[in-house]
Design a protein around this ligand. Structure first.
Ligand SMILES: NC(=O)C1=CN([C@@H]2O[C@H](COP(=O)(O)OP(=O)(O)OC[C@H]3O[C@@H](n4cnc5c(N)ncnc54)[C@H](OP(=O)(O)O)[C@@H]3O)[C@@H](O)[C@H]2O)C=CC1
Ligand SMILES: O=C(O)CCC(=O)C(=O)O
Length: 418
């Protein structure tokens, strides 16, 4: 058995979380063995014609961790550091997330090793379409439904939906979520992860007696999840005292003006050099700044046993998947820091993806208010359930949320005769 400190790779981390929850639930060893690894995975290598006439070969993955509760569901990541190990962990977290929110999906995830920042729009489109063709045998509306994740967006989802539709010979809006509204996307999907996150922050701060008005928030990662979270927290009266992206971290004690900062990032490509803000050095030390609420919204493994003892936040809400390593989790729990785990905190994205999929199947669009109300209701219910289990079992919220999810997946497996 590896020590907690040795658990750093995403799949090892995810497997540890599964084993901990399964041991508390008394799940039989063969079921744990089944769930430790993905049900199905493909690795594809494919050529893409570049603008200069050359051809580059890319590698991508689609992994289905479990389809016990329904078709695979999960995002696609385009990033230079994508590995199959990482995608497998992300797929497992999708299984737990969908089960915790009681969505009729299993868990899946995909990724392509590439740096979209170095690709032209045409190159990105050719890459997205070719990757869609390569994984088409595995995915589809009733089998596995992709969505956006890091460095993918509604454009990529639109190209993929168009590719699946052409291959299928008919429009297939239900094949992909996170699409543009014009292609059958849902109102509220682009802000859903942050809205869901902030809903869980409201639930947690209410129970902890932590006033949101005037609370200081620090946000690592200023993309879809992080920037919208900053907006919503500012609306609730929080001071967003520091944010970071892949290039820099900036802070301001009286709060960064979020809309102005978003405009600066859109114009310059980074939060670096934002007028009136101080630079935080090194950028990764942002998680240690004084604040009440810390929101990791970038990549895995940013909260470690090295920085966890110095984290000053009372509440950590994981917009990112897998930001906290197991050794750090233990330290934070012992120090009384509440962590809203990824599978709960960031589940708003897949919840509205579920709404989008249902709207696609029904060819009937919901109003924005309907999406917002139902999202908030799903998040509040899932939070209350995880909180109650944590209280009853004397565990942290991650273990409790994973227990709820694993027991639901186990239940589905038993009914399937496993
Ligand atoms: N989008 C969604 O619906 C969901 C996303 N998530 C998770 O949220 C996290 C962020 O995803 P999302 O916002 O969609 O992705 P985006 O691509 O929109 O944004 C990613 C952000 O992270 C920043 N970043 C990358 N590396 C670092 C780093 N080392 N330190 C600080 N910031 C960094 C990027 O910086 P830069 O701008 O400089 O590139 C960018 O601002 C991921 O873990 C994802 O899996 C979870 C659930 C749903
Ligand atoms: O919207 C989805 O289907 C999945 C989003 C996602 O990748 C995630 O929750 O990590």
């Amino acid at each position: 058995m590896l020590s907690l400190e040795a658990l750093r790779g995403p799949l090892a981390v995810a497997q540890h979380q599964l084993e901990e929850a399964a041991a508390r639930l008394g799940i039989p060893p063969h079921v744990v063995d089944l769930l430790r690894e993905p049900e199905r995975a493909i690795a594809v290598r494919f050529p893409v014609r570049m603008d200069d006439g050359s051809t580059r070969i890319f590698t991508g993955y689609r992994v289905q961790h479990s389809t016990a509760r329904g078709p695979g569901k999960g995002g696609l990541r385009f990033h230079p550091d994508v590995t199959q190990d990482e995608v497998s962990a992300l797929a497992m977290w999708m299984t737990w997330k969908c089960a915790l929110l009681d969505l009729p999906f299993g868990g899946a995830k995909g990724g392509v090793i590439c740096n979209p920042k170095e690709l032209s729009e045409g190159e990105l489109e050719r890459l997205s379409r070719r990757f869609a063709e390569e994984i088409a045998g595995l995915v589809g509306p009733g089998r596995d439904i992709p969505a956006p994740d890091v460095y993918t967006d509604e454009r990529v989802m639109g190209w993929m939906m168009d590719t699946f539709s052409r291959m299928g010979g008919r429009p297939l809006p239900e094949s992909v979520t996170g699409k543009p509204l014009a292609l059958g996307g849902s109102h509220g999907r682009s802000t859903a992860t942050a809205r869901g996150l902030v809903e869980t922050v409201k639930e947690a701060t209410g129970r902890l007696g932590l006033p949101l008005k005037g609370a200081r928030a620090v946000i690592q990662g200023f993309g879809n999840a992080g920037a919208h979270a900053a907006r919503f927290l500012e609306e609730l009266g929080c001071r967003v005292v520091a944010v970071s992206d892949s290039q820099a971290a900036v802070g301001r004690e009286d709060g960064l003006p979020v809309e102005v900062l978003v405009a600066h990032k859109e114009r310059t490509g980074s939060v670096a050099g934002f007028p009136g803000a101080e630079e935080v050095r090194p950028p990764e030390s942002i998680v240690e700044l004084p604040c009440e609420i810390l929101i990791p919204a970038a990549l895995e493994g940013s909260i470690t046993e090295e920085n966890a003892p110095r984290i000053q936040a009372r509440l950590v809400a994981e917009a990112a998947n897998g930001p906290t390593l197991p050794a750090a989790d233990r330290i934070l729990h012992e120090r009384g820091v509440t962590v809203i785990p990824d599978i709960l905190a960031n589940a708003g994205g897949v919840t509205v993806s579920y709404f989008e999929w249902v709207q696609g199947l029904q060819r009937y669009a919901w109003k924005e208010e309907t999406v917002a109300e139902r999202l908030a209701e799903h998040m509040r219910e899932a939070f209350a359930h995880a909180w109650e289990v944590a209280r009853r079992e004397g565990t942290d919220l991650r273990t409790a949320a994973t227990m709820v999810a694993v027991s639901r997946v186990y239940d589905a497996l038993r009914w399937r005769g496993v």
